[in-house]
Design a protein around this ligand. Structure first.
Ligand SMILES: C[S@@+](CC[C@H](N)C(=O)[O-])C[C@H]1O[C@@H](n2cnc3c(N)ncnc32)[C@H](O)[C@@H]1O
Length: 275
C-alpha cells in the first residue's frame, strides 16, 4: 500500500501535496445488506466491513454528513472539542481518533490559542485523503492507523477525542484501553457519538427518519448499497449513556461523565485518566 505521503509521528512535520480522492462508481461486489447487519451487530467481519465501506463512501462522506444532520454535527463537534480542556496544555499533542475527513482535527487546530499538534488517525486512507485539502498548513498529521493499535508511546498524548468513531470499533473495550494507554496522566478522552433518544415521542419520529429516510437518501447520494443502513443498525447495537460510561471506567478511566445532546440523538462522554 502506498502510504508514502504520511508523516512519521516523530518528529512531526507537515504533509506534502496529496492527490484528491476520485469519485468512483460503487463496486459490484460491494458488501450486502446482510454483511452490513452482521457488522453492525459486532460480527467477525466488522473491521473489514467498516474499513472497506468508509473507503468507498469517502468522496461523498462530508456532503451526506452535513446534509443528513442538517449541519447539527458541526455544533456537536464544537461542544466535544470544548470538553477536551486543551487550554490546560495548549502546546500538547492531541489525538483525533477515527479522524475521517479531518473535521474535528481542523476545528481543534484552528481554535484561537491552540499551539499544539493534532495526530489524525484513521484506518481508511481514502477518508484522510478526502479531508486533506482542509488542513491548509495547520499542525495536523494524518496517520493511517488502527485505533486498536495506535503508533504512539504510553502516556504520550495530552488528550484524545473521537467523533462518531467508537461505535465502529470491532472491539470497543480494546479501543478504550488503547486510548487510556497513550494518554498522559490527567489527560482527557472525549467521545462524541450518536445515541438513542429517551423520550418515546422524539424516538418515534426520529426512528422514522433514521431507519427509513436516511438510508434511502444515503444510498441515493453515495451510491453505496449498505453504508447508510449500517449506520442506524450500528447505533442500535452500541452501548449508550451509563453503559458506555461503565465501559470507560472498566478501561481504567478514573472520572467519567456524560451528557445528552439534541434530545439524546447524540451524547458526549468525557473520561479522565488518573493523575
Ligand atoms: C463516521 S466516520 C467519523 C469521521 C470523523 N471523526 C467525523 O467526525 O466525521 C468513522 C471513521 O472511523 C474510522 N474507523 C473505524 N474503525 C476504525 C479503527 N479501528 N481504526 C481507525 N479508524 C477507524 C473509519 O474509517 C471512519 O473514517
Amino acid at each position: 500500500m502506498a502510504y508514502g505521503w504520511l508523516v512519521p509521528l516523530e518528529p512531526a512535520t507537515s504533509v506534502g501535496e496529496l492527490p484528491p480522492v476520485k469519485s468512483s462508481p460503487p463496486d459490484r461486489s460491494a458488501p450486502s445488506l446482510d454483511e452490513a447487519r452482521a457488522a453492525a451487530a459486532g460480527g467477525a467481519g466488522k473491521r473489514a466491513y467498516v474499513r472497506e465501506m468508509f473507503g468507498e463512501i469517502a468522496p461523498s462522506y462530508d456532503l451526506l454528513n452535513h446534509l443528513l444532520s442538517a449541519n447539527i454535527d458541526r455544533g456537536w463537534r464544537r461542544k466535544a472539542i470544548a470538553e477536551l480542556d486543551w487550554p490546560r496544555r495548549p502546546e500538547g499533542r492531541y489525538v483525533d481518533l477515527c479522524a475521517g475527513t479531518l473535521d474535528v482535527a481542523v476545528q481543534l487546530a484552528a481554535t484561537t490559542g491552540f499551539r499544539g499538534q493534532v495526530i489524525a488517525a484513521d484506518f481508511a486512507e481514502p477518508m484522510l485523503r478526502a479531508g486533506d485539502r482542509k488542513r491548509q498548513g495547520q499542525p495536523i498529521s494524518p496517520v493511517v492507523a488502527d485505533a486498536l493499535d495506535l503508533p504512539l508511546a504510553d502516556n504520550s498524548a495530552a488528550g484524545a477525542i473521537v467523533a462518531f468513531g467508537v461505535r465502529n470499533l470491532a472491539d470497543l473495550d480494546a479501543g478504550l484501553r488503547e486510548v487510556h494507554r497513550v494518554l498522559e496522566p490527567g489527560a482527557r478522552f472525549v467521545i462524541l457519538e450518536l445515541s438513542r433518544p429517551r423520550s418515546a415521542v422524539v424516538r418515534g419520529g426520529y426512528q422514522l427518519y433514521f431507519q427509513h429516510l436516511l438510508p434511502f437518501v444515503g444510498r441515493l447520494v453515495s451510491g453505496h448499497r449498505s453504508a447508510y443502513s449500517y449506520l442506524p443498525d450500528s447505533v442500535a447495537h452500541f452501548p449508550t449513556g451509563d453503559a458506555l460510561a461503565a465501559r470507560l471506567r472498566d478501561a481504567g478511566f478514573a472520572t467519567v461523565r456524560w451528557r445528552p445532546l439534541t434530545f439524546g440523538i447524540a451524547a458526549i462522554h468525557t473520561a479522565i485518566k488518573s493523575a
